[in-house]
Design a protein around this ligand. Structure first.
Ligand SMILES: *Cc1c(COP(=O)(O)O)cnc(C)c1O
Length: 397
């Protein structure tokens, strides 16, 4: 299996929606049922297939209610949502944006689209997400030396695991830097204790972005959502995603916008999936609990379990004892037709971001060198879960 691919962590081992080859267990495939089928056919029959139609607005409203934000603006992808968010936060050519080093490249490509530079901050080992201590150290160092602060801090809640957002928000408030949340992988995750109790990922920063790519916990085929509690930012987001067209005046565009609006057809699918989100989250959490119990005595680092944080375990991932284990472990899974996949190469090791300023980098490197994701489709049968468990256990025996 190739480990060099920079694509999202699922969906490439086996095409999403396709059965695994020769009776294998795919890494993760979408869960599309009769509700989705009916919604898409209804949207088709309505004639509203493109970027105007009732499902887009309905999806936005229901999404905002689901995650607990005031506004939601549907976009053509998560990457597009992040791009618009960066522009709304005033990111311009030559600026710097602080970003988690350990993430999928969809987090950082939009920073480059804006002509800005990435200031990469390593992860901490508890959540595998941006390390607040390193962030504080870097922002304090800049404040002391009179260096410019980054235009914003982009945190990512990887693999459905909330970041240490309360602490990060406090640090960013102290240095007056806005927080953008990349919640592409963490729809449904949140906090049940502490200062953010009752809140969901994506709703605690100035802007949050989600993805409905085919490999995410809920899909619209392809799509994204930008959420905020700020009416003006929401208005501007909608404006920028629709070519910055000024209403009621023939073809007047007051700035350079984008064709980033979600289609009605995609929104219909996304809305149907959103209604099943509690079911999806419960299924992911049940698979994670079963794997955790089965792997408890193995020399693996299991996914984070943190009091007060409700992770979804969107993509169940473990850390192997040593980097030397990764290739043989993946080969062992492949022989048994079990879809496994390495985690992301950190951004600092990606050619387009190699000249970023890097703070830390050892944790993200270790996550990449030893991390492997295991099959965790929401409809994964008990028998298939047992096959995955047997394959993992047998590697160590
Ligand atoms: C999937 C993903 C994105 C990009 O979302 P798309 O909808 O695929 O454009 C961004 N960031 C992270 C962390 C992701 O996993």
């Amino acid at each position: 299996m190739s480990q060099a691919g920079s694509g999202p962590a699922t969906g490439e081992t086996h095409a999403p929606g396709a059965p695994a080859p020769q009776g294998g267990v795919p890494l993760a495939v979408p869960d599309i049922g009769p509700l989705e089928r009916a919604a898409v056919i209804e949207a088709l029959d309505s004639g509203f297939v493109s970027s105007v139609g009732p499902a887009v607005t309905e999806f936005e409203q229901e999404f905002a209610r689901t995650v607990g934000s005031t506004y939601a603006v549907a976009c053509s992808s998560g990457t597009a949502a992040i791009h618009v968010a960066l522009r709304l936060l005033g990111v311009e050519p030559g600026d710097e944006v602080a970003c988690s080093d350990f993430t999928f490249v969809g987090s950082s490509n939009p920073i480059a689209y804006q002509g800005a530079r990435t200031l990469l901050i390593d992860s901490e080992t508890d959540t595998w997400n941006l390390d607040p201590a390193l962030l504080r150290q870097e922002l304090a160092r800049r404040a002391a030396s009179g260096e410019a602060q980054p235009r914003c801090v982009e945190i990512v809640h990887v693999l459905g695991q909330p970041a240490q957002a309360a602490e990060i928000l406090e640090i960013c408030a102290e240095f007056s830097v806005p927080v953008l949340e990349d919640a592409a992988e963490s729809l449904g995750a949140g906090w049940s204790a502490g200062p953010l109790a009752g809140r969901q990922t994506g709703t605690v920063g100035t802007i949050g972005c989600f993805s409905f790519n085919g490999n995410k916990i809920a899909t619209s085929g392809g799509g994204g959502m930008l959420v905020t509690d700020d009416a003006e930012l929401a208005r501007r987001a909608k404006h920028l995603t629709t070519q910055a067209k000024v209403p009621d005046v023939g073809y007047l565009h007051d700035e350079v916008g984008y064709n980033y609006r979600l289609t009605n057809l995609a929104a219909a699918l996304g809305l149907a999936q959103l209604r099943r989100l509690p079911e999806f989250v419960a299924a992911k959490q049940a698979i994670a609990a079963r794997y955790d119990a089965a792997f408890a005595d193995l020399p693996l680092t299991l996914p984070p379990r943190i009091e007060g944080m409700d992770a979804t375990y969107w993509l169940y991932s473990v850390l192997l004892p040593s980097p030397a284990d990764r290739a043989p472990f993946l080969a062992h899974l492949e022989e048994r037709k079990i879809g496994g996949r390495a985690l992301w190469r950190p951004l600092h090791a990606q050619p387009p971001f190699a000249d970023s300023t890097l703070v830390g980098g050892e944790v993200s490197t270790r996550l990449f060198d030893t991390g492997v994701s295991l099959p965790c489709s929401t409809q994964l049968s008990e028998a298939d879960q047992a096959r995955v468990i047997d394959a993992v256990v047998s590697y160590f025996s």
